[in-house]
Design a protein around this ligand. Structure first.
Ligand code: ADP
Length: 476
């Protein structure tokens, strides 16, 4: 169903589309297939609701977000199961994501009350300057399938806290997660029109309406750099505000002064999270040549113990990829690397045994002898492949790590504070984990440099993406 102006509705012409389980290809549900006219209706509703929503006090808006937070925590298990069934990630990871998603509701309930203005000393004696922050207006939010709940709250929570109203278009692979989140918004009593949901099989007309409708004042997007560029170009025609969380190509650097076994543990945990389907997933693992053997052995040992299977099953570490196209991309990157001299130390292909043939399972893979000529060295993988690249000097690895169009996340393992600090300062990425594989939280700004996007989500920064600064000069 669509959620427009506080009501659950069918799509225009009662059109629907099918949602299937990536672990076994089974049918899960038929979902309303939103059309251009439906989005226009949702934008209208959001535009009407904006007037009253922005006029509420920050304390009042915060109350709705607190309530939504509580409901999301109450519903954690249900949401996690919906996610595992629809998206594939292991149940434990799904529960973590629901918590992460809920954290944004709580954080921005609090931040709503901290949209402080400023009084600035004026050059003239009889002049006063004030800065007031006001909501930008109706927001169009387009979200991805890999984190189908938290990517919604990471946008909706700060937008609502700022006083904006929102129309969300979730990924076509994961509309059910979005619907569950909106049931929570509905139950939390968020006034009609403040949040609206348009699932749709074809994102193009929906995106076009969000971009071209003059009542939408801001586009916020998480997804591929390719689509981000299309949306940014469209938004530029109308000078619309945009936030873009796009692809990444994270380096994972094991320095000469690191413990290679400890680093391998970190790499095994962060690389294979969500089967590697994360924009902050390590894409190139640079290991100092003196540690290559110890690191590779420790990583391979861990990878060989990983259980591939349906995320609903206890003990599963690696769920399916989202679709067949993703499987093909993995195989193409592996084949290309092998043809140019890489070696497979673990995995290397699709998994079909033990009843997994109907799902999109790819074995957790470790490649060694990877070099700069291979596709995997440049292309975002978005899957469970760990390519190991040896290096000799700090200068060399910094140059290689920064040699990418992307600039989202980077990871460094080092036991020296001075090395860590140099790396932190010189890596051109927006999020850096130093001996840390989870450098994200609702309280911290998340976002990329270069082609990884514009703007930041989370933290105190995230709310300013939905605010305009208004300067006032007063003569007294
Ligand atoms: P991925 O390749 O990881 O699926 P996409 O960037 O294609 O990433 O998808 C992220 C989100 O962008 C999804 O909600 C998808 O429906 C949407 N999307 C894809 N293409 C377009 C487009 N041309 N206009 C608007 N939204 C789009």
């Amino acid at each position: 169903m669509l959620y427009i102006n506080g009501e659950w509705l069918e799509a225009e012409g009662n059109q629907t589309f099918k949602v299937t389980n990536p672990a076994n290809g089974e049918f899960i549900a038929q979902v309303a297939n939103g059309q251009k006219g439906d989005v226009a209706k949702a934008i209208d509703a959001a535009n009407h609701a904006f007037k009253e929503w922005k006029a509420l006090t920050a304390y009042q808006r915060a109350q709705y977000l607190y309530r939504a937070y509580e409901l999301m925590i109450e519903k954690k298990e249900h949401l996690a199961r919906t996610m595992t069934e629809e998206q594939g990630k292991p149940l434990r990871a799904a529960r973590n994501e629901v918590q992460y998603g809920a954290d944004f509701l709580l954080w921005y309930a609090e931040e709503a009350k901290r949209i402080y203005g400023e009084i600035i000393p004026a050059p003239r004696k009889e002049q006063r300057f004030l800065v007031l922050y006001q909501p930008v207006g109706v927001v169009g939010a387009i979200t991805p399938w890999n984190y189908p709940i938290s990517m919604i709250t990471r946008k909706v929570a700060p937008a609502l806290a700022a006083g904006c109203t929102v129309v969300v278009k979730p990924a076509e692979q994961t509309p059910l997660c979005a619907i569950e989140v909106f049931k929570i918004f509905d139950k939390a009593g968020i006034p009609a029109g403040v949040v609206n949901l348009i699932p749709s099989k074809d994102p193009v007309p929906i995106g076009e309406e969000l971009i071209n409708n003059p009542n939408v004042k801001k586009i916020t997007f998480t997804g591929s750099t390719e689509v981000g560029k299309i949306l940014a170009q469209g938004a530029a025609k109308h000078m619309k505000r945009v936030s873009m969380e796009l692809g990444g190509h994270a380096p994972f650097i094991v320095c000469e002064d690191a413990d290679p076994v400890h680093a391998a543990k970190g790499a095994s945990l962060v690389k294979f999270l969500n089967s590697g389907q994360a924009c902050i997933s390590p894409n190139r693992i640079f290991v100092h040549k003196k540690h290559v053997e110890a690191f590779t052995n420790a990583l391979v040992e861990r990878v060989k113990k990983m259980k591939v299977g349906n995320g609903m099953k206890d003990g599963t570490n690696i769920g399916p990829l989202i679709d067949h196209k993703a499987l093909e991309k993995m195989q193409a990157q592996v084949d290309d690397a092998l043809s140019k001299g890489a070696l497979v130390a673990a995995g290397g292909g699709r998994v079909t045994e033990n009843g997994l043939d109907k799902g999109f399972f790819f074995a957790p893979t470790v490649l060694t002898h990877v070099n700069t000529e291979m596709r995997i060295y440049r292309e975002e993988t978005f899957g469970p492949i760990a390519p190991i690249i040896p290096f000799e000097t700090e200068e060399e690895v910094l140059e290689m790590a920064n040699d990418t169009h992307y600039g989202l996340a980077a990871y460094v393992y080092s036991n020296q504070l001075s090395t860590s600090m140099r790396m932190f300062e010189q890596l051109n990425f927006g999020i850096i984990g130093i001996n840390d594989i989870n450098p994200t939280a609702a309280a911290v700004p998340f976002g990329g440099m270069k082609e990884s996007g514009w703007g930041r989500e989370g933290g105190k920064e995230g709310i300013f993406e939905y605010l305009e600064a208004k300067a006032g000069g007063f003569s007294i």
